[in-house]
Design a protein around this ligand. Structure first.
Ligand code: SF4
Ligand code: SF4
Length: 462
């Protein structure tokens, strides 16, 4: 690693920069690799979320600065900013700016889902396929979300604020920057409040986000935004299905048509993901309500489940199969998630699975014709009435209290480094990760006095 890479990487770690596209992977690790291409991911394919496009509209220079720093750190010869071509007014500005930077270009993507999937973006930008179970670095690429690059453009400045979109059933949908640790209720209030009586929300976008009802949960560094919907909205009901419910329905309804597999973006990239085969695990579940005739010998059942579960190991959990492809409205995505969790308990991952054949993946010949347009997806999700712009709004919100979660990234959670009653300044470290563990510190997002401290969070009162 060069001196510059080491310094840049340490700046990212000490500032607590993590993947701001929702995943929260500590960015310093990416900066330590070597890559030919550095890709800025501005595809933002989750319907109704707008924060990446607004960052590029209002702070494009900072994103380019961050991309240049990343390119220098990893030794990349080319930087590519991937954005959907539908942003017609913004793209000429970005292309003009790219001309003023060395070796940076703008890649125009179609408006399909999931164009922002890291591995799909790598393929679109370079024609390279990330190997099954691998990461983009293995094909000479490093990928960062635009907000991550924005944060990287301020070397060593602690991440105390985050860009979010609040959309859906709120009076004035908006995109703005808020202190980390405020509640989602406060964020909704900044949008004029709810337009419905019994709201729930999806944290992180309708496809990959998680259904939540606790509006007092805190905003974290990796938050991209929320979609507020009635608790009875079919999307909320579908996404909140428990394992016994989706297994029972899947067991009786799945006709093995395999549409879920045929439209799976990772399958189309040549990875061996076959959700229809994972759905078969439900037939090998046994348990109450099963007739004598269908009860297998325990070992046979276990082995068949194990075999079919493996076809979910390379699933990226994009939800396309569950929320778009399946004509029966089943939940193959959750079946894959459950299968992966079952296999983890058996200490099986892709590397020691039967589907790890060592064969190089080949892109499906009709991949281009199976891309799912976002407009059609919005209709299928029942979100047309909520599909509004969420304009950039300058907000100078000063919360009276924030709750800083110790686990805001992939890796080991932070350990609180402050005590109750202690005074802290905005930007001070309030929790850190042991040096030998993956992770980075979290910081006070306001100045004030530390309230409750426990392994899960630190409260600060202004
Ligand atoms: S698309 Fe639905 S019905 Fe068809 S195989 Fe997949 S889960 Fe079963
Ligand atoms: S969620 Fe479904 S469509 Fe998406 S990668 Fe997994 S199996 Fe494929």
């Amino acid at each position: 690693m060069s001196d510059f890479s080491a310094e840049f990487s340490e700046n990212l770690r000490s500032a607590g920069v993590v993947g701001a596209g929702g995943a929260g992977f500590p960015s310093y690790v990416k900066a330590q690799g070597k890559a030919e291409y550095a890709l800025a991911n501005a595809a933002e394919c989750e319907p109704l979320l707008k924060k990446d496009q607004k960052i590029l509209e209002y702070f494009p220079e900072k994103v380019f600065d961050g991309l240049e720093l990343l390119m220098r750190a990893v030794g990349a010869k080319r930087g590519i900013l991937g954005i959907k071509k539908k942003h017609e007014r913004l793209i000429p500005r970005l292309e003009e700016m790219a001309k003023g930077r060395k070796n940076i270009s703008v890649l125009k993507l179609g408006d399909y889902y999931p164009a922002g999937d890291e591995q799909c973006l790598v393929y679109e930008a370079t024609g390279r396929i990330v190997p099954p179970g691998g990461i983009p670095l293995e094909v000479g690429c490093v990928v960062c979300n635009v907000e991550t690059l924005y944060n990287a453009a301020f070397p060593g400045r602690p991440v105390t604020e985050t860009f979010i979109t609040v959309n859906g059933a709120v009076k004035k949908p908006a995109t703005f920057k808020v202190p980390v640790g405020i509640t989602w209720r406060e964020a909704v209030d900044l949008c004029g409040g709810f337009t419905i009586k019994d709201p729930a929300f999806i944290d992180g976008g309708p496809m990959m986000g998680k259904v939540m009802t606790d509006f007092d949960a805190p905003v974290v560094k990796a938050s991209a935004g929320i979609i507020v919907l009635p608790k009875t909205h079919p999307l909320i009901v579908r996404k909140a299905q428990s394992r016994p419910v989706f297994s029972r329905i899947g067991r009786s309804v799945c006709d093995q048509c395999s549409f879920c597999t045929e439209l799976c973006p990772r399958y189309l990239l040549g990875h061996n993901v076959q959700p229809h085969r994972v759905m078969r695990t439900m037939l090998f579940s046994g348990g109450p309500g099963w007739s004598e005739a269908t009860q297998f010998n325990d070992n046979v059942v276990a082995n068949r489940r194990k075999l079919h579960s493996q076809y979910g190991l390379l699933c990226c959990e994009c939800s396309l199969c569950s929320l778009y492809s399946c004509p029966e409205g089943l939940n193959p995505r959750e079946a894959c998630v459950a299968a992966k969790s079952d296999l983890r308990e058996l200490k099986m991952g892709f590397k020691n699975s039967a589907i790890n054949t060592g064969r190089a993946p080949e892109v499906h010949p009709v991949r281009d014709f199976r891309k799912v347009p976002v407009s059609r997806l919005v209709r299928r999700l029942g979100l047309e009435d909520y599909n509004k712009d969420a304009p950039w709004t300058e907000v100078s919100y000063k919360p009276s209290r924030v709750k800083i979660l110790m686990s805001q990234h992939i890796g080991a959670p932070c350990v609180p480094s402050v005590k109750e009653g202690q005074k802290v300044e905005k930007g001070a470290v309030v929790g850190d990760v042991p040096a030998d563990k993956l992770g980075c510190p979290v910081h006070a997002s306001i100045s004030g006095t530390v309230g409750k401290v426990n392994p899960k969070y630190v409260e600060i009162y202004a």
